[in-house]
Design a protein around this ligand. Structure first.
Ligand code: TXA
Ligand code: MG
Length: 367
């Protein structure tokens, strides 16, 4: 893999120029966003998009997010988003515009009715398209230099933990020389963007929880975002909602078995694993004193502190899972996240990671 880095004597803008050219040439560019690293390709180039699916090992009916630049306006309220989105999306509602004004650029993806020019390779054949404008300055500069839309799923192999550093990306695609990696340091948000479907006109629906919560959206815009469950008994049926690959039961998964434990119930979580499991890493809240001498004769427990603030937890989640996965534990235990909407994003990722974890699990088989 040729790794473009921002260090050394190469100014970052040259690296970004080179990356924009690589996108024009139909190559893949992994770049940092504020959420996780994305594996980018020209959204108007079917062959490049095909490469994204084969490189990730992702089924080709799973739709991709189109990333677009945010016009460099001093006054965000002056941006004509309907025109900016016109090459990609149509029927943009007033509510959708409020969400854009409040949260773009940022970790919010919106699903719109698609423009006819959007390639069906991106949408999995659906009539909607997912779009976001990422807040990371390198992502913005790349998109501005490229002057087009860039499809970018998380830069990990299908079903695995999303990368939050350039080194993570390189370890995912070690054997692939055709991926240019821009190193932008560690991702701040740490879990993928919140996805809200606004294609339906009158009701915004949460498709994937993230650090931007329905509560925050309501507070900042007055727009109510419904969960798919809430709309089930109205005129929208969940089965008519678009497919979200992050909604597979197993996803974001480490190779080491991972389980959640209820407060004070570490030993209960161990009973599922007979005493051959001897090396266990236990994540504990940094706000709490350690597990104490809650010993078990045949198990060596090692504690790892995790933040008790939800945003800080999200920021470190994939880093911690990757690091623990590499350390050769027999089992990883995480505390169940507390109730509350601000924990929904990490709870969702942790539950799927548990379901898909373990050496022999094949995430393709599950849904
Ligand atoms: O934070 C993020 O969103 C990251 C960074 C790189 O931007 N990207 C990301 O992409 O998470 P990916 O491909 O791993 O997840 C995109 C999600 C998938 O679950 C996909 O099914 C959903 O977006 N999606 C894409 N197009 C859609 C559509 N038209 N309708 C519903 N869901 C869609
Ligand atoms: Mg992903």
């Amino acid at each position: 893999m040729s790794g473009a880095t921002s260090g050394g004597s190469t100014p970052q803008s040259l690296v970004i120029n080179e990356a924009a050219q690589a996108l024009r040439d139909g190559r893949l560019v992994a770049f940092p966003t504020e959420t996780v690293y994305g594996l980018g390709a020209d959204a108007r180039n079917p062959q490049a998009i095909q490469k994204v699916f084969t490189t990730k090992g992702r089924p080709s009916n799973h739709p991709l997010i189109v990333h677009i630049a945010s016009p460099g306006q001093i006054d965000q309220a002056q941006i004509d988003w309907v025109s900016v989105l016109a090459p990609w999306a149509r029927d943009i509602s007033e509510d959708a515009l409020k969400l854009i004004q409040a949260f773009w650029p940022g970790p919010l993806t919106l699903v719109f009715k698609k423009d006819k020019r959007v390639l069906s390779e991106i949408t999995g054949g659906q009539d909607t398209v997912a779009i976001r404008s990422p807040a990371h300055p390198i992502a913005q500069e790349l998109l501005q230099q490229f002057q087009g839309g860039v499809v970018a799923p998380s830069a990990n192999r299908f079903g695995k933990v999303s990368p939050t550093s350039a080194a993570d990306v390189r370890s995912e695609f070690e054997d692939n020389a055709d991926v240019l990696v821009i190193d932008g340091g560690d991702c701040e948000v740490g879990i993928e963007s919140t996805i809200v479907d606004v294609s339906n006109g009158d009701r915004a629906i949460l498709l994937r929880p993230g650090v931007i919560t329905p509560k925050e959206i309501l507070a900042k815009t007055g727009v109510q975002v419904y969960s798919p469950g809430e709309v089930a008994d109205t005129n929208v049926h969940p089965e008519s909602l678009p497919r979200v690959s992050g909604s597979l039961k197993a996803h974001y998964a480490p190779t080491t078995p991972l389980r959640l434990y209820a407060p004070g119930r570490v030993l209960d979580a161990l009973t599922e694993f007979p005493d051959t499991k001897s090396r266990v890493a236990v994540a504990v809240w940094d706000s709490e004193s350690s597990l104490g001498d809650d010993g078990h004769p045949s198990v060596q427990l090692e504690e790892v502190e995790v933040p008790s603030d939800s945003n800080a937890f999200a920021s470190r989640l994939y880093r911690t899972l990757r690091d623990l996965d590499e350390q050769g534990w027999d089992l990883i235990l995480f505390p169940e996240p507390p109730a509350g909407e601000e924990w929904d994003g990490v709870r969702d990722r942790l539950q799927r990671a548990c379901f898909g974890s373990g050496p022999s699990f094949r995430s393709h088989d599950s849904n």
